[in-house]
Design a binder for this molecule. Structure first.
Ligand code: DX5
Ligand code: ZN
Length: 230
């Protein structure tokens, strides 16, 4: 028997991966003023993914400029070494890939011990079964709807199937877990991701592409997601 689903808050989490880094601080402030719920930091090690981005010092330098929470998406092999620095930099949610952690259970437990919300991430090719045994440890699951490494890629709608199954498991087990989706989220894709069960949305290039600015993009995306998940 399943319990009725409690609607979860719709949240828009802009990724600054494709921002102009010369203006990174100002852009983060503008995103907050535009109504963003969080800032999503894509941390890449050039090993787990074929790209490098920024580390904890960059995130820490921007933390005092904003009040909204920061989440760090660690595209880093065996990320244990970087957890303390990410949490010290002000990330209240830390996301690690199931594919990147040999001892995933331990790594998630360590994030909790350090005082942040642990989150687990799975790539498009990774089955849900890779994380079902750690759901009790996390506050959020991030479903990748692109292969990680770059912004501006096309949304992979095939991940909606496992998003739906994940939502059903969460409801069945009565767990308090947000489902976030990352990659290719735009006005043309957010409704289907929301109807599959996601309630938090990473938005990278679509946020920067909107000619009417961040506030317009944020409001439009939030409205489309809310309507689709109602
Ligand atoms: C991909 C990153 C995403 C990405 C989102 O490796 O995890 O957060 O930058 O960008 P868009 O929305 O452009 O796909
Ligand atoms: Zn990301």
């Amino acid at each position: 028997m399943t319990t009725p689903a409690v609607p979860r808050k719709i949240q828009i989490s802009p990724s600054v991966l494709t921002a102009d880094y010369a203006r990174l601080g100002e852009i983060c402030v503008e995103l907050e003023q535009g109504g963003a719920d969080l800032i999503h930091w894509d941390v890449m090690d050039g090993n787990f993914v074929p790209n490098l981005s920024f580390g904890a010092d960059v995130i820490a330098s921007i933390r005092p400029l904003l009040t909204i929470p920061f989440e760090s998406h660690l595209m880093v092999n065996e990320p244990t070494w970087i957890l303390d620095a990410m949490i010290d930099a002000g990330c209240s949610t830390v996301m690690v890939h199931a594919e990147a952690c040999r001892h995933l259970h331990r790594t998630l437990g360590r994030i909790r011990e350090l005082g942040a919300t642990p989150a687990v991430v799975i790539n498009p090719a990774t089955p849900l079964e890779a994380i079902v045994e750690v759901l009790d440890l996390v506050g959020l699951v991030l479903i990748m709807s692109v292969n990680p490494g770059f912004g501006g890629q096309s949304y992979i709608s095939a991940v909606e199937n496992k998003t739906r199954r994940l939502r059903d498991i969460i409801i069945e087990r009565g767990l308090d877990i947000d489902i976030e989706i990352d990659g290719g989220i735009a006005p043309s894709t957010i409704a289907e991701a929301a109807s599959a069960g996601a309630n938090r949305f990473v938005v990278g290039s679509a946020m920067f592409r909107d000619p009417n600015g961040f506030e317009h993009a944020t409001n439009e995306l939030r409205a489309l997601a809310s309507a689709a998940s109602a």
